[in-house]
Write a protein that binds this ligand. Sequence first.
Ligand SMILES: Nc1ncnc2c1ncn2[C@@H]1O[C@H](COP(=O)(O)OP(=O)(O)OP(=O)(O)O)[C@@H](O)[C@H]1O
Length: 300
Amino acid sequence: MGITISNISKSYGEINALSDISFDVKPGELFGLIGPDGAGKTTLFRILTTLLIADNGQATVAGYDVLNDYKSIRNSVGYMPGRFSLYQDLTVEENLNFFATIFGTTIEENYDLVKDIYVQIEPFKNRRAGKLSGGMKQKLALSCALIHKPKVLFLDEPTTGVDPVSRKEFWEMLKRLQKKGITILVSTPYMDEAALCDRIALIQNGNILEIDTPNAIVSHFPKPLYNISAHNMYNLIESLTNYEHTYSIFPFGEFVHYTDKRDPIDKASLKTYLEFQGLTDIKIEKTQPTIEDTFMELAK
Ligand SMILES: Nc1ncnc2c1ncn2[C@@H]1O[C@H](COP(=O)(O)OP(=O)(O)OP(=O)(O)O)[C@@H](O)[C@H]1O
């Protein structure tokens, strides 16, 4: 009951939103689609949930073809779109009832599946959805996407605009749903969330850059990586940009992530150069690459 995607392309006029995309999501897998705004994630979700027709290629979801079996797909999948999809003027309970009714079920019938999530918003069941916080809206949207017991769950940027605590809770919920046998395709622009998936596809400008487990993707980073810090971040970035041996630089919190054209790096001469640029408190230490580093390297 997984997903297969074979040579899917989609253009909007001149814009190639997806260019010949192919990959599979295994049954029961928690698979992440990781990429920046405009990468093509929503377009792929809309094709897989039968809301949009691809220009080329084939795809199946839970064994059904997206074109020929679209009605079966609509009954077997849950879809939480990126933008808030609920009825703002209906209460929490009315929203959930509405989604249950259109799928011919009731809240009671499938309560077991949504219980974990719904109990957290049940105290506010008479509040209008439009008056909920970001984290609560997200929990209600997930409950609505689950109320008909889908085999496959599509979540398009479910944690965008949600606070860090709610984001963490949300990923714990996804892990629990996965244990119940639901296949999950989730998109996110947050690279730290990518590490929580079984496998991820890095996507940019409608192309897949790489597909693998988060650990394997990180292990493909091609060069030794260094954390560099100094008292003046702006001057540090400018100095490293102009340094003749710089291969790549990437601001990363309080550090700059740096790779050097030389192998091995000459740390002493790099430090002397930075001191000559007027920088003080310089620290250069080897560090482990993250998915974000790998993405930036592949996206070059
Ligand atoms: N209806 C449309 N008409 C024209 N261009 C579109 C349309 N929908 C999307 N696009 C363009 O197609 C590309 C892919 O968009 P898509 O929404 O699939 O990306 P995304 O990764 O989901 O990003 P976002 O999070 O911003 O939605 C973008 O360049 C976008 O501007």
